[in-house]
Design a protein around this ligand. Structure first.
Ligand code: PGA
Length: 217
């Protein structure tokens, strides 16, 4: 099975979100061999139809309680969210998230029945794995997201992804490994050949382009 994750980041307004989700919901679920996941901004989560899995783009490292502005895993119960994208490089860069914090988010996700999708790059892969509790490592999905490849059109050579997949499995155990960074309909097949799926930013924003990408994956 291949995972295809659409990470909208902080894009789209309500009507754009509705229109994308409508297009994808009507897309025949003729691909039982792929898991289609969308990670919209929080306000649009409840619009995700049951034919598509929903992910959050972040999660509070704290349990529910007095943490103004935070979204705790418990707040998501009933919204049909299955996955939590954690430790994306943009969170690390702009919101100064550390590996320790990401590990606390992984713990919160797992305690509340969400599957973490942990994003890593070469420089902090080992530190990130060391920060996560041993018994939680193999419960994660891991996305290799080389920072220089994100949103740049500079996707990395496929051989590098195979190599990283082996390193990730050594550290996390038998986990599914995704690749993310300038994935397009034109190159997606190369990456799904050596990984368990892809995490897509820019090429996920247009519903038609994203459907093309899913077809190719
Ligand atoms: P990109 O983003 O597809 O625009 O490179 C990928 C990501 O940030 O997950």
């Amino acid at each position: 099975m291949k995972y295809v994750v659409a990470n909208w980041k902080a894009n789209k307004n309500l009507s754009e979100a509705e229109s994308w989700l409508k297009t994808l919901a009507e897309y025949p679920s003729a691909h039982p061999d792929s898991e289609l996941i969308v990670a919209p901004p929080y306000p649009f989560l409840h619009l995700v139809p049951p034919t598509i899995s929903a992910a959050v783009q972040d999660l509070s490292p704290y349990a529910a309680g007095s943490y103004t502005g935070a979204v705790a895993a418990r707040n998501l119960i009933g919204l049909g969210v299955k996955y939590a994208l954690l430790g994306h490089s943009e969170r690390r860069q702009y919101f100064h998230e550390t590996c320790q914090e990401v590990a606390r988010k992984v713990d919160q996700a797992l305690q509340n029945g969400l599957t973490p999708i942990v994003c890593v790059d070469t420089g902090y892969l080992a530190e990130q794995a060391a920060a996560i509790a041993d018994d939680q490592l193999a419960q994660c999905l891991v996305a290799f997201e080389p920072v220089a490849a994100i949103g740049s059109g500079e996707n990395v050579p496929v051989a590098e992804v195979s190599e990283m997949k082996d390193r990730i499995i050594q550290l996390f155990g038998e986990v599914f490994v995704l690749y993310g960074g300038s994935v397009t309909p034109a190159n997606v097949m190369d990456y799904t050949a050596v990984s368990d799926g892809v995490l897509v930013g820019t090429a996920s924003l247009d519903a038609t382009e994203f459907i093309q990408l899913v077809e190719m994956a």
